[in-house]
Design a protein around this ligand. Structure first.
Ligand SMILES: Nc1ncnc2c1ncn2[C@@H]1O[C@H](COP(=O)(O)OP(=O)(O)O)[C@@H](O)[C@H]1O
Ligand SMILES: Nc1ccn([C@@H]2O[C@H](COP(=O)(O)OP(=O)(O)O)[C@@H](O)[C@H]2O)c(=O)n1
Length: 214
């Protein structure tokens, strides 16, 4: 079974995707980490994120060690990731790796922005996780502070709004719910309740898949 989990920044999609992977015994891919790794590679090289061909070169050559580098979680890396992710050539370069992950025997859980729309449009279950901007800013600020990154609530909120706008307004693979996705608003839900609601949505989608047209 393939489960697609999409949504805006800091909505809780990664937390939900990891919990679903553990619940169903499936491998999980955080696709945002790929875009963040490309961004960090560009930042460290001192290159220009607006240069599409240069960014695509970083997408082809970055080392997998960057996926585990704590600096991919910084505010700056997140902001640059949303600039490089708007380049079609960067997205094309990262496509095969994500499709292959989704196609492995037994299935997988992937989270990102375009999993249900582009990477795995035939996924058995699609979730679009959202939360109000103030709650998302609160969660990300706490997370950044816990990781030792610079985190001031209003600045984090401004970052998230700018990133969401770029992700929604880009021409290639813009952020939007896939057709048939279940919208899961976690604003008023703690992690446990959000995960329970996600499992319920996956079970409902599976039920529909075995009873087509009913
Ligand atoms: N429902 C929730 N209630 C409270 N905190 C949450 C909830 N879901 C996630 N979090 C916390 O918010 C932060 C961002 O969550 P994460 O899953 O990484 O979001 P995303 O993958 O959408 O960026 C993490 O610190 C996580 O523990
Ligand atoms: N499938 C994906 C995943 C991430 N991204 C981009 O990568 C950036 C960082 O993604 P992320 O999932 O790590 O961000 P958070 O939601 O964790 O803050 C996003 O703002 C998007 O611009 C994307 O375009 N497509």
């Amino acid at each position: 079974m393939v489960i697609a989990v999409d949504g805006p920044a800091a909505s809780g999609k990664g937390t939900i995707a990891k919990a679903l992977a553990s619940h169903y015994g499936l491998p999980h891919l955080d696709t945002g980490a790929l875009y963040r790794a490309v961004a960090l590679s560009i930042i460290r090289a001192g290159d220009d994120p607006a240069d599409a061909e240069g960014a695509a070169r970083h997408a082809r050559m970055f080392g997998d060690d960057l996926l585990h580098d704590p600096d991919i979680r910084s505010r700056r890396t997140g902001a640059v990731a949303s600039v490089v992710s708007a380049h079609g050539r960067v997205r094309d370069t990262l496509l095969a790796r994500q499709r292959a992950f989704a196609a492995q025997p037994g299935g997988a859980v992937l989270d990102g922005r375009d999993i249900g729309t582009v990477i795995a449009p035939d996924a058995a279950a699609k979730l679009f996780v959202t939360a109000g901007i103030d709650e998302r800013a609160r969660r990300r600020t706490a997370e950044l502070a816990a990781r030792g990154h610079d985190a001031e609530l209003e600045a984090v909120k401004t970052d998230l709004i700018a990133r969401d706008e770029r992700d929604r307004d880009r021409d290639v693979a813009p952020l939007r719910p896939a057709p048939g996705a279940t919208i899961l608003d976690t604003t008023a839900l703690g992690i446990e309740d959000a995960v329970a609601a996600a499992i319920e949505a996956v079970e409902a989608a599976r039920g529909e898949a075995v009873r087509p047209g009913t």
